[in-house]
Every structure is written in structure tokens, then in C-alpha cells.
Design a protein around this ligand. Structure first.
Ligand code: SF4
Ligand code: SF4
Length: 86
């Protein structure tokens, strides 16, 4: 799937992230039923993109996601995914 890329200013000053290229997609929930609410993904995310509410993961701040893939790798149940660009 093609995704439009854009450059957006990031809230708060950070030399590394002040202007960061991000996709419109960010991290996605592929299988919410498989989520156990273990919080492994929220603990590994450097930017507090994910939260667990009522024992299910929620992408609370998609605009902060840098698509590093750490949460995808950490999840034991393959709940999360990053869409590949074509
Ligand atoms: S891909 Fe990286 S920045 Fe995005 S939610 Fe996962 S750990 Fe956080
Ligand atoms: S690591 Fe996976 S199973 Fe655990 S809360 Fe995150 S998405 Fe759900």
C-alpha cells in the first residue's frame, strides 16, 4: 500500500526530531484480540505512542511514532505491525 510521506514539526525542541519524516500510518494494531495487555510494547516505546486501556493496547499518539519497530519486535503475540512502503 502506498503511503504519503510528509515532514512535520514535532512538539518540543529536539535537534534529532525537530523535523522528522513520518508516514501517515505509524504503528498499526493488526490483531487486537490477541492483545493480553501485558504492556511490553508500552514499556519499550521511547515516545509514549502506545498505552494499555482496559487490558488492550491503544495507539494513543500516532503522530509521535518514528516507526522504529521496537514495539512490534517486543510484542509476544504479533498484535502490532508496521506497514511496508512499496
Ligand atoms: S514503532 Fe517505535 S515509536 Fe512507534 S509505537 Fe512502536 S516503539 Fe513506539
Ligand atoms: S506487547 Fe502485545 S500483547 Fe502486550 S500489550 Fe502490547 S500489543 Fe498487547
Amino acid at each position: 500500500m502506498l503511503t504519503a510521506r510528509r515532514t512535520v514539526p514535532i512538539r518540543g525542541f529536539s535537534p534529532r526530531r525537530s523535523f522528522l519524516e513520518v508516514t501517515d500510518m505509524a504503528v498499526k494494531i493488526a490483531d487486537i484480540e490477541a492483545c493480553t495487555g501485558c504492556s511490553a510494547c508500552t514499556e519499550v516505546c521511547p515516545y509514549e505512542v502506545l498505552v494499555v486501556r482496559e487490558e488492550k493496547v491503544v495507539v494513543a499518539q500516532p503522530e509521535e511514532c518514528v516507526e522504529c519497530g521496537a514495539c512490534v519486535d517486543e510484542c509476544p503475540n504479533e498484535v502490532l505491525e508496521l506497514e511496508e512502503e512499496e
